[in-house]
Design a binder for this molecule. Structure first.
Ligand code: GDP
Ligand code: MG
Length: 297
């Protein structure tokens, strides 16, 4: 029998783009439910990462970062997703990069402050700090005039500091039984995750050339015995971009498909047969209607 109370609830993971929010969600869940790259705007959707512990269950709401740029429909959609993630959460974790605090961090903090939820500050990427003595004055500075329910230096990448972060978050959640089954790790379908894993490779391999011009649509997803058969369409905005995605003699597309397939096999625990096509649809990232049909809300 476990005498200590069980806590469960929703925790929004907030911060500027590229600080390591999705890396943190994956580290806590123990699987790659949210895609990660070194490009901002990798996370485009709100996604739940479910992390189950004996003491409680964290329902981590991963979000696109809050952006200043509101010009494109895609950016407006991502800001809406980030802000709406705050509705109905019990707590939030604000992720920042150790040694750094800029305008976008302030923007994120203020969004949380307005929402009135308790905020734990996760100072991420401490593995990159060369001068460890700089951490203390940094922590003092960023917390001096801001109210946090706790402050935790962590490395999401190296999984450092998480043992202390987890109970600090659980303590802010209501006492209640688990809201999801022990074996559930996300609220998204395998079909959705498959599309994301293709997009992850696009961001990683071609992010510098095609930052916002690509998206992925899963056209077919069927179970064939022990194997998953998946057909993915990579949407680009121009013919020139199509040529970049395909690469010389198709080498780039093959590399994207191979790595995406391996990630799918790891996440789904089954063999995957993946087919990919590249198609052109002009202006999709600035067209609200096109975004809807491609699964963005
Ligand atoms: P997000 O945009 O906030 O979701 O950031 P991501 O999780 O996609 O991470 C952005 C980049 O930062 C990726 O290249 C990650 O590998 C890297 N990153 C995340 N956490 C850490 C960390 O603790 N240490 C280091 N060195 N890199 C990290
Ligand atoms: Mg992310």
């Amino acid at each position: 029998m476990n005498p200590s109370p069980h806590h469960a609830g929703h925790v929004a993971v907030i911060g500027r783009p590229n600080v390591g929010k999705s890396t943190l969600v994956n580290a806590l869940v123990g699987a790659k439910v949210s895609i990660v790259s070194n490009r901002p705007q990798t996370t485009r959707h709100r996604l739940l990462g479910i992390a189950t512990f004996p003491e409680g269950q964290l329902l981590l709401v991963d979000t696109p970062g809050i952006h200043r740029e509101q010009k494109r429909a895609m950016n407006r959609m991502m800001n809406r997703a980030a802000r709406s993630a705050l509705e109905g959460v019990d707590a939030a974790v604000l992720v920042v990069e150790a040694g750094r605090w800029d305008e976008e961090d302030t923007l994120a903090f203020e969004a949380l402050h307005q929402a009135g939820v308790p905020v734990v500050l996760a100072v991420n990427q401490i593995d990159k700090l060369r001068d460890k003595t700089a951490l203390l004055p940094y922590l003092q500075k960023v917390t001096s005039d801001r109210d946090f329910a706790g402050v935790h230096p962590i490395s999401a990448l190296k999984r450092k500091g998480l043992d202390a972060l987890v109970p600090a978050l659980l303590a802010l959640l209501p006492e209640q039984p688990a809201l999801y089954g022990e074996d559930e790790i996300t609220d998204k379908s395998q079909r959705f995750l498959a599309g994301e894993l293709v997009r992850e490779q696009l961001m990683r391999q071609l992010g510098a050339e095609l930052p916002y011009a690509t998206t992925v649509e899963i056209e077919s997803f069927t179970v064939d015995g022990a194997m998953l058969r998946i057909g993915a369409v990579i949407w680009v905005e121009r013919d020139g971009q199509k040529a970049i995605v395909i690469g010389k003699a198709g080498t780039r597309l093959r590399e994207i498909a191979t790595k995406a397939r391996l990630s799918m096999e790891r996440l789904f625990g089954s063999k995957v047969f993946l087919e990919t096509w590249v198609r052109v649809r002009e202006g999709w990232s600035d067209d609200e209607a096109a975004l809807k049909t491609l699964g963005y809300e």
